[in-house]
Design a protein around this ligand. Structure first.
Ligand SMILES: Nc1nc2c(ncn2[C@@H]2O[C@H](COP(=O)(O)OP(=O)(O)OP(=O)(O)O)[C@@H](O)[C@H]2O)c(=O)[nH]1
Ligand SMILES: [Mg+2]
Ligand SMILES: [Zn+2]
Length: 354
């Protein structure tokens, strides 16, 4: 296998320039299970663990290898050790569920995110904007895949597509059916060698079905009971990176129920382009578009030039981001305080010994 087939590209090459691989192999993390990793190199697939020093110096979950990472690997007879995580050109992450100010990586070194939503109950423009914010926060190109198009007629489908286009005019939309394969060819033709694609979307939208179609095998388990979305049963439980027979790399992910924005800045403004453009005409530079005089955003809302739902969602995501940012700062301050306390206890003990 060539490295390019594993998604190696110029962005990675730039990032690891000057690194020495004399005693190491270069590999890519394809799956992770409780700090055990599967790493694919040009020649082989290895079960790998991380070095003690990597674990010891890790300050957060982003310091551990994640699916998509390029790593330095020391290979022994039976096993392999990840000695270093190479720099990432992108990292998809969300807020760790139930953890104060922490982020949880989804996948790294992703070139394109496929945001997948099924027609029917799953269809939700606010959620599309939420996914898009997460992609924009890490500068990852996003494409929307509208799945299960076989379940509705053409009129209904064009209605849904125009709803997306009205809210997100610049994002490409692929309508597809994993059953009839309508629209599938256009999507699969767009996939390029040397690029990594990550599929995101709620449970049951057909992420693994699409992965299997692209792999031309039934490697990924697919929920046997169609329309089981409502029961909230997740079929895929782990993220997995796979190499596609016609080029390109795909990462299938489990449907995520909670998808909190985990960036302290960026992402929201890029997602709500219309609001961003309008804001250039607000009287105050730091206008928050809530109640200010001379606010061009509020004016557009008043004149029905801006969608009320988009406006509400913009503020919701902004508030969420501000809250996340506060949590991160509070946590850092707490960690620092604990560090100081710990240090003073040690010093006290040493004094007593003297
Ligand atoms: N009618 C129809 N059913 C589909 C389509 N794609 C997938 N399904 C069905 O939807 C169900 C869920 O599909 P999966 O591929 O397992 O969904 P998933 O997104 O991987 O779900 P999780 O792994 O739980 O996140 C299965 O029963 C599929 O057969 C489609 O395009 N049309
Ligand atoms: Mg799945
Ligand atoms: Zn304003």
């Amino acid at each position: 296998m060539k490295l390019q087939e594993l998604g190696y590209n110029q962005k990675i090459e730039e990032l690891i320039k000057g690194q020495s691989f004399e005693d190491f192999e270069l590999g890519r993390v394809t799956s992770e299970h409780k700090e055990r990793y599967v790493v694919q190199t040009e020649s082989n697939s290895f079960n790998a663990e991380i070095t003690g020093s990597l674990r010891f110096s890790a300050e957060s979950r982003t310091d551990f290898p994640t699916v998509g990472d390029w790593v330095k690997l020391s290979v022994f007879d039976e096993m392999a050790i990840i000695t270093e995580i190479l720099p990432r050109f992108s990292l998809l992450e969300r807020q760790a569920v139930g953890k104060f100010g922490e982020t949880q990586p989804i996948a790294s070194n992703v070139d394109v995110a496929f945001i997948m939503q099924a027609v029917g109950h799953d269809f939700n423009l606010n959620r599309l904007e939420r996914y898009l914010t997460i992609c924009n926060a890490s500068s990852i190109e996003a494409i929307i895949i509208l799945s299960k198009t076989d379940l509705i007629d053409e009129d209904k489908l064009s209605d849904l597509i125009s709803k997306i286009k009205d809210r997100l005019p610049k994002i490409y939309v692929f309508p597809i059916s994993n059953e009839t394969m309508n629209g599938y060819k256009q999507l699969s033709d767009s996939i390029q060698t040397g690029k990594t694609y990550c599929i995101l979307g709620s449970s049951g939208v057909g992420k693994s079905s699409l992965t299997n179609n692209l792999l031309q095998t039934s490697k990924m388990e697919v929920n046997e009971i169609s329309q089981s979305t409502a029961k909230g049963k997740h079929t895929t439980s782990h993220r997995e990176l796979m190499i596609l027979p016609n080029g390109g790399v795909i990462i299938d992910t489990p449907g995520m129920r909670e998808l909190g924005v985990a960036s302290e800045s960026g992402g929201v403004e890029e997602t709500f382009e219309q609001i961003h453009e309008l804001s250039e005409h607000c009287r105050f530079r730091d206008c928050s578009h809530i109640e200010e005089q001379g606010c061009a955003v509020l004016e557009a809302l008043e004149n029905d030039e801006l969608d009320q739902e988009a406006f509400n969602n913009y503020h919701k995501l902004r508030r969420e981001q501000a809250h996340f940012s506060r949590s991160v700062h509070e946590r850092r301050a707490k960690d620092k305080k604990m560090g100081k306390l710990y240090k003073s206890i040690i010093q006290e003990k040493q004094k007593r010994k003297k």
